[in-house]
Design a protein around this ligand. Structure first.
Ligand SMILES: Cc1cc2nc3c(=O)[nH]c(=O)nc-3n(C[C@H](O)[C@H](O)[C@H](O)COP(=O)(O)OP(=O)(O)OC[C@H]3O[C@@H](n4cnc5c(N)ncnc54)[C@H](O)[C@@H]3O)c2cc1C
Length: 468
């Protein structure tokens, strides 16, 4: 990107006001760095608009002068999508933080893009409803970011991914036009479903400014168990029993390798092992029911699984504190890998039935490639989605290990594709997996994606270089 002329900075400043056009490098720093320190960008200007009209004016001006924009929400994305890698202007949506309407009769909530996920959840709870999207970064990620990455999280098993929770969107297009598709309708067969194009587009097609989200009945009873077992195959058997007995009340089913649990206990603050003894694998499962039957159902599932020798040990949370403790152990898992040195990440999905075979094959392939490498798989078994992370061998040089990132990816992705899976289950493509995408996706699909991009963003100013 050529340097941004001062008179153009002035024009952008006039749109959002001097206070919200950030140019001081020290103030820009938090917008160009990210959680894992994998990416460090640069930008001459961060714009912090407060309204859709301001976002529209920014896009119009950017179009006129062909200035590239990078939309940013909570900056918790894990694939470098929200980072300005080439000196683009950052458009931070955090000040679009109003909840425009809550409609309990229609069970909808219309939020602006910058509303933090946790705030949306709290607002739903205040009116005795549930907004079920839930993920480790929920204290800082935003609704706009969640939709742009089509986030998954720990309740996708029962409620689906972010796409399934959005009835409509308001989007500012690259040329500044506003697409008002803020529908509350469940049924609307009037042609192409345009708003869905922007969900999962990672900011490459337009800027989401608001969304109408679905609300669900608030569960009356939530019961959570922490289970020890021998293998992913046993976990799969437990999942089948749990789905048979609990049906849609089974809201989470997380598979955790022993090493992932060990790291969390070793490095997390106030994280404890809920079980007396160590087990090779663990499951964190949760039932949420509109009736008071969750406890009895969970006990019945675990009793049967113990009788059939699928489960070796299990504990049901006795109270909210214990339940939070189980989830803390799970939520600390990503951060707990940092003190163990370099970690090569994968966010893959395979058909649920293929998860045990995937883990066995991937472990063998990774250790053959890098002797001593430590696979740390954990994730959403119920969705066939694993964070298949690989920590460096103890004592080796971290940079040398991380230099093998693409080699490790290649062996893991080969297994994923052979099993009919996806190289990005929930975090997206960003720049991290951009170069691999054309290799693994249907050629016609890639062609259509390029054509859609060219139609909506002919000047290539909307998050250029991401996804495609
Ligand atoms: C500890 C931790 C746990 C996580 N767990 C999960 C998980 O379980 N499941 C999961 O799916 N993800 C998870 N993530 C990843 C991340 O939190 C999600 O991708 C989240 O949805 C990103 O939201 P954000 O507001 O931070 O978006 P950002 O990081 O700011 O942006 C992400 C992408 O969306 C684009 N974008 C942001 N806002 C807009 C907008 N308004 N309009 C258009 N484009 C926009 C950006 O350009 C970028 O490409 C986790 C991250 C962390 C750090």
């Amino acid at each position: 990107m050529p340097p941004l002329p001062p008179e153009l900075i002035e024009k952008f400043r006039a749109i959002v006001g001097a206070k919200y056009a950030v140019t001081d490098p020290a103030d820009i720093e938090p917008y160009v760095t990210e959680e894992r320190n994998l990416f460090h960008g640069r930008s001459p200007l961060v714009l912090r608009p407060a309204t859709t009209a301001e976002v529209s004016a920014i896009c119009k001006l950017a179009s006129e002068y062909k200035i590239a924009l990078v939309p940013q929400g909570g900056n918790t994305g894990l694939v470098g999508g929200q980072t300005p890698h080439n000196g683009e202007v950052v458009v931070s949506l955090r000040r679009l933080d109003k909840i425009r309407e809550v409609d309990t009769a229609s069970n909808t909530m219309t939020c602006e893009a910058g509303v933090v996920l946790q705030i949306a959840q709290q607002k739903a709870a205040e009116v005795d409803r549930l907004f079920p999207l839930s993920l480790g970064a929920e204290g800082s990620c935003t609704i706009g970011g969640n939709l742009s990455t089509n986030a998954g999280g720990t309740a996708a098993l029962a409620y689906g991914v972010a796409r399934e929770m959005a009835l409509g969107l308001e989007v500012v297009l690259a040329d500044g036009r506003v697409l008002n598709a803020l529908s509350k309708l469940k049924k609307d067969n009037t042609g192409y479903n345009l708003h869905n194009l922007f969900i999962g587009a990672e900011g490459t097609l337009g800027i989401i400014t608001a969304a109408t989200l679905k609300l669900f009945p608030k569960p009356r009873a939530i019961e959570t168990a922490f289970v020890g077992l021998k293998s992913p195959a046993e976990a799969l058997k437990l999942l089948t029993i749990a789905q048979g007995e609990a049906s849609t009340a089974l809201t989470s089913f997380e598979l955790l390798a022993e090493m992932a649990v060990d790291f969390s206990i070793r490095h997390g603050i106030d994280v404890r092992d809920p079980l007396q003894e160590k087990h090779p694998w663990y499951v964190l499962m949760e039932l949420s029911s509109p009736r008071d039957d969750a406890r009895a159902t969970l006990e019945s599932i675990l009793t049967r699984a113990m009788e059939e020798e699928i489960v070796d040990d299990a504990v049901i949370a006795a109270n909210l504190t214990q339940r939070s403790g189980f989830w803390k152990l799970r939520d600390e898992m990503s951060a707990a890998q940092k003190p163990e040195g370099g970690s090569i990440k994968h966010d893959i999905s395979v058909p649920v039935a293929a998860v045990p075979a995937f883990i066995a094959e991937a472990d063998a392939a990774v250790v053959k490639l890098i002797p001593g490498a430590r696979p740390v798989p954990f994730g959403h078994l119920g969705d066939g989605n694993l964070h298949y992370n690989v920590s460096q061998p103890v004592g080796v040089n971290t940079a040398d290990f991380l230099a093998r990132w693409h080699d490790v990816n290649a062996v893991v992705f080969e297994i994923v594709l052979r099993m009919g899976g996806s190289i990005s289950a929930e975090h997206g493509i960003g720049v991290l997996k951009r170069d691999e995408l054309p290799e693994v996706k249907d050629k016609t699909a890639i062609e259509l994606m390029r054509q859609v991009k060219a139609m909506l963003d002919p000047l290539q100013i909307m998050n250029p270089g991401k996804v495609l």
